[in-house]
Design a binder for this molecule. Structure first.
Ligand code: PTJ
Length: 262
């Protein structure tokens, strides 16, 4: 029996997962999503989303491929260039990377807004409290005093001084409806999604095909590196990013199973 078969089937605390386990990141993600469901932060459907993401990540080699790193750098530059950047948070994002989202907001001057597909006042409140517990000063989304036209589900409810007014929005881990509606409003969208064929990365100006657990801290590192850069340099980074190439490279990696390179 290998050591790893001794990982307990039920993990009460993340620290019980051995850091040298070959599937460590995946086990941590599963645990965070389970804990999120138990805390009333993550919807039960978030488990299905996590399972789908985990399968794509396995085929990607569970690493940030070079074109995803390029996308993360371009995304950081785009957030720094924005007049009114907003990071949208759903139940999976809140469970997986709450502190990391707060750090990215700090590094880029972005606002944080909770926006849910399965919206209830209770979940909204719990997620906002969870983010505040991880250091967020301000969490938008609870007011919901504006609407995204062309959407008939709960994701249409946004804050007038948040997503409604944003010029750049980070939209991680969702289906494509809202991503399409935001693109219609001429907002620049940055999408994090492990499935390159999903509608959201397909409509995004900057699609990031990477696990959010790796993507958000890497975006923050890039934002800090680029903190002193002038606008022309930031613009050049955004303009030289090739979204088609990034999507094609991720799809090729997933389909070929060639973990050695693109
Ligand atoms: O919290 P709510 O109520 O707003 O609901 C959120 C979920 C995630 C349940 C809802 O948005 C949903 O059903 O999304 P989908 O349609 O399952 O899409 C989620 C996408 O995120 C899929 O394409 C997954 O491959 C991808 N994904 C899942 N986990 C990760 C991921 N991408 C990056 N990193 C992950 N860890």
């Amino acid at each position: 029996m290998s050591d790893y078969e001794s990982v307990p089937a039920e993990v009460d605390r993340e620290t019980e997962i051995p850091a040298d386990h070959p599937r460590y990141e995946d086990l941590v993600s599963r645990h965070r999503i389970e804990a999120g469901v138990e805390q009333g932060i993550t919807h039960l459907q978030g488990m299905h989303a996590e399972g789908r993401g985990s399968a794509f990540d396995y085929l990607l080699g569970e690493e940030t491929i070079p074109t995803a790193d390029d996308a993360e750098r371009a995304a950081a530059a785009q957030l720094l260039l924005a007049d009114h950047p907003v990071l949208s948070v759903n139940g999976n994002v809140a469970a997986l990377v709450p502190g990391e989202i707060v750090e990215l907001a700090d590094a880029t001057g972005a606002k944080i807004e909770v926006n849910l597909f399965n919206r209830t006042p209770e979940r909204m409140r719990r997620i906002a409290d969870h983010l505040r517990g991880h250091g967020a000063d301000e969490v938008l989304g609870l007011e919901a005093d504006a609407r995204i036209p062309g959407l008939d589900h709960e994701r249409r409810k946004v804050d007038a001084d948040g997503i409604a007014a944003a010029d750049v929005v980070l939209v991680p881990l969702e289906d494509g409806d809202r991503a399409e509606a935001l693109a219609e409003l001429d907002k620049t969208e940055i999408v994090v999604d492990l499935n390159p064929l999903s509608r959201s990365p397909q409509v995004a100006a900057i699609p990031i095909v990477d696990n959010i657990i790796r993507a958000i801290p890497n975006m923050t590192d890039h934002a800090r590196d680029l903190g002193g850069a002038d606008r022309a340099t930031l613009r050049e980074i955004v303009d030289s990013f090739d979204r088609e190439e990034a999507l094609a490279a991720a799809e090729k990696r997933i389909r070929s199973g060639d973990l050695a390179g693109e």
